[in-house]
Each structure stands twice: as structure tokens, then as C-alpha cells.
Design a protein around this ligand. Sequence first.
Ligand SMILES: NC(=O)c1ncn([C@@H]2O[C@H](COP(=O)(O)O)[C@@H](O)[C@H]2O)c1NC=O
Length: 612
Amino acid sequence: MAQKTVGFLIRLHKAADTRISHQAILSVYDKTGLVDLARGLVKHDVRLVMSGGTARLIRDAGLPVVYVSDFTGFPEILGGRVKTLHPAVHGGILARDIESDEKDLADRHIEKIDYVVCNLYPFKVTVSRPDVSIEEAVEEIDIGGVTLLRAAAKNHARVTVLSDPNDYPEFLRELETGGVKEQSRKLYALKAFEQTADYDSAISGYFRKQYATGGVQHLPLRYGTNPHQKPASAYVMQGTLPFKVLGGSPGYINLLDSLNAWPLVKELKQALGYPAAASFKHVSPTSAAIGLPLNGKERKVYMVDDIAGIESSGLAQAYARARGTDRMSSFGDVIALSDKVDVVTARVISREVSDGVIAPGYDPEALEILKQKKGGKYFVLEIEESYAPPSLETRTLYGVQLEQRRNDVVISPQDTFNRILTPKDLPKLPDAALRDVTVATIALKYTQSNSVCYALNGQVIGLGAGQQSRIHCTRLAGDKADNWWMRFHDRAINITWKKGTKRADKSNAIDMLCSGQLPRNDVEKADYERVFQEVPTPFSQEERDAWLTKLDEVSVSSDAFFPFVDNVFRASRSGAKYIAAPTGSQKDGAVLETAEKLGIVFIEQGIRLFHH
Ligand SMILES: NC(=O)c1ncn([C@@H]2O[C@H](COP(=O)(O)O)[C@@H](O)[C@H]2O)c1NC=O
């Protein structure tokens, strides 16, 4: 019955105007430019089929109009929820110029549609109203329009789809000059696809916020990078977040740190087979380490000599190293741990000023210790150990989408450091050096560039991150390595503290003594000296130089090639004996020659590791 009606109506329209050569469906919310467009189409003998509101406007402008309900023989129903959703419309749009499609259309008396003009209910505007109800949002979900756009865009080989009023004038110009070109149809189709994709992501985004509560798929954050950057959230489009929040509520930067720190320790463990830890601040590691046993001196320098049972926990020793390398930078860190957190590790953490931790699991007692930190505000994330992120990553910067393959390169002691360029007769690196260049290089993979890293004893001892100039990275990392080494001097180890001096104040005072940043005036002096029972004698230049010459066997890695020989000179001053770096600089020859002269083994590490 309905089929007969459709055929009848179409024949009726054709009989009324035999000049009609093409048909257009128009159904627009935003009616800007519509009358001019309709006039242009009519001029080219295009019959205009329209939904109710669109038709009324065109009819009032004195142009001939076919209501979509007359075209389909089916009224708009459900208060407009169903208007254009009809086989006569979509058959007319989707039909190709092929025999079987022509036959289907002919059997059902359906005419082809050549132009689709449509824009959608303003869902985004509606849901941006603070007081919008879910019912109002639901009603604003355009169904028929999205279907029109999608169908027409799918069949762009034949159909022109206009989804943006700004395109009407150019479209009419093309009609005037012989018809719409194939390239234009493609670009209009692309625009329609982008619009429906954007529309759908706005809808899913709205409902994610409404329905995905409980932090499983969508985690609302207090704010973004800064307190005025609201709203903020973390989410995945499909499935669930790869971590559970067991305590506290992580902020935006906390998550940036956690989601960089976790793969670092996971990869360190995979590469070297030891428990691993990283201490992160502002999206770079302050240090990272594997859980090699600590000797007595190390325990003192890292302030864990009073932790009972530390020798039994590789994870605790890894974190003691990572936290202890640069205690100034790791103040308030985000911690990543490769293994289930035990009580000893939790005890080490419990005494430090820290923001939160990410690990694949927690012993119940360890979890209780951590959850009590910061008056219960310490964030504790449990990461799904087997989680593998998608290989493509996308971010939006200043409104522009950037997309790239994730840096999923595997750095392994077996495969990454085989090309020893100098000395030529060295067949392979000593095991300790291989271990340390691996630690340094994996750390760089998750450090903001440019970056250079010094490592020794399975731990990062100096990291220069986020410098525009490579030599500044090499100096910064070298100065940190020196400072780390000065802390092993007996004078620093044997400082006597005033009773009640806090750990952070001790770390500051040690840092000033070891880096030679001594007070310049009485006010500063009083502040510096207030923590000591007996003020330590500053290091003279000779003492400093003599002690630093004992820093040896250091491995250095760089996230890109060394453009000048100065980097090699600087690394050598801090005990570098092994350098791993990509080549490709005009100065490669000079860099290698310098390394050789200074007795440094240079390994070509062929993978550039910029990270941003
Ligand atoms: N339900 C339908 O079949 C349907 N077909 C087209 N629309 C939308 O209705 C609007 C135009 O309606 P009107 O012509 O009545 O002003 C357009 O935004 C169009 O995208 C529909 N509305 C919602 O889905």
C-alpha cells in the first residue's frame, strides 16, 4: 500500500513538472542560506523534497516544495522523531547506477535522490547548558539527519551532500558551471563523515559523564594541569580504564606521571629481570632503578638504614635507590613500582613526602600503610599488569589533532647495544655497563626531551631533562651525578643533625653542602646552619676534584645524537666510561675520536628517543 502511494506521488510530481531532472532532500536545523540555495536548485530544475520546518520556510519564500511526508506517503510521527527515516528516502539516496539497484528502485517506484542538504540538531550547544536534563539531551539527538548525512556521504560517488551552509555558494557556482565535480563531492562527503563522527563523540562523551560513574571507564578530575583548567577527566572510549583507584584521587599531572612511570618500570623489569622503581616529577623521572642490594653506605645516603628487612625486598631497594638519587627533585614524587608492593616498600614510602603510587598490586597491610598517608589523600593506583595500550596515540593541541604510533620500541640489553663503534676491538660490553646503559636508555624513553642520563649500579644517578640544548642536558645530568657522588663523601655521610630535623631539611642541607651552594649572607647562613649540631666544613675545590675523580665506570645515554664533542668532555668529567647514543651528526667522527682519546666506549644506540 505504502509503495503504491510513493510511486503515485512521484508520478504526480513528475506529471506536474516535466522539466524536473534531479531531486534533492533538504532537512536542516540551521536554516542559514537555505532560501538562496533552494532558489539555485530550482533554477537547475531540481525538485525539492523537505522535512516540515525546512519546507515551510521555502514555501513561504514562494518556491515549489514537496513535503517529505507526501514524498514517502508516510506522515512525520512521534513528534518529529521519525521524519525522513523511510526507504523511499534512503533507497533514493543509496542507490548506485547499477542494474540491480535500478531494478529495485523501479520495482518500488522510487526515484533517485542526487543532493542531500542537512545539518543536525545542536546537541553540543544543548548539553553545554548547566541546567540541561537528560531528557532534554535525549530529545536533541538527531537520528534522521545523521542517517541522511551518512547515507549520502556513503554514496558520494553519485550523491552530493551539503552539511555546512558555508558550502552553499560554492556548490551553486559549480552547478552553474556544469555540475558538481567529483573532487567536491568527495570533500563534501568527508565533511559529512567528520560531522557525524564529531556528533557521535559529543553524544557518547555526554553519556559517559552521566552514566560511566564509579571511575571504571571515566574518572572526573578536580582540574587539569592548573586549577583554573576545568573541567578535566580521564577516560577510555571503550572498555575500562587500565587502573583502579584504591586510595585518594589522582590529579591530571599525577596521571601524566603515573602513565609514563608505569611503562618505564615495567620495561626495566622486562629488560633486566629485577624489580624496578621510578620516582617521577613533572612528567620526567627524577631517577629510576632496579632492585640491586644496597650496601651500608648506600642505605645511609638514601636514608633507609633504619628500615627493618630492607635487604629482603628487591622492590624496596629499587625505590630507595630511585628516591635517593636526587632527593631534592623526588620530594613530592609519583612512584611507580614494577611488582606487588610489600610492607617494607610501603614503609620506605610512608616516611617520604610523595603524592601517590602506581603498582600492579599491593599486599593488604602495605595498602593500609599507603592509604593512611597524607591524611588519607595519598593516591594509590592499581595498574592492570597485562594491559597493552593501543598502538596509535592521539592528542589535541590548540585544537589540532596530533596522531602517532606509540613509541613501542623495545630496548633490551641483548639487542640494543651491540654496535660498539669505539674501541673497535671490544667485542661486547661488560655486564655491569650493559645493565647500566639499559637503565639509562629506558629512563630516557620516558623523559621529556632533550635528555641525557647517567647511570651506575643499576640506577639513574643524574638525569638532564627538558633542555633545548644537548650540552645543557649533559651538564645538568653530570652536575646531578656529581652531586649524588659527593653525598657519598664521609663528610656528608657523617653530618650530625640537630634533634628533630626533618628529612626534607636534611636533604636540602646536604644538597647545599655537596653542590657547593653555600650561604652568601648572614640571613641565609643562619637558615643553613640551624639544622647542624656541628656545621660541616665546606668542600674546597681540591677536595671536590679529588673525590670526583673516584666516580668511575659511569654509563651515559642520550635520547639523540651528540652534535658536538663538548658532551663527551662533560660526560668524561663525571666518570663516564660508556656512552650509548644514536649517530647521525656531522660531528660523529670527532665525537668518536674524542671518546676514544678519553678511554670511553662508544656504543651506537640506533633509536632516537625523543619524548614529549
Ligand atoms: N527523525 C528524522 O527522521 C529526522 N530527519 C531529519 N531530521 C532532522 O530534522 C531537522 C530539520 O527538521 P525541520 O525540517 O522540521 O526543521 C534537521 O536537523 C534534521 O537533521 C530528523 N530529526 C531527528 O532525528
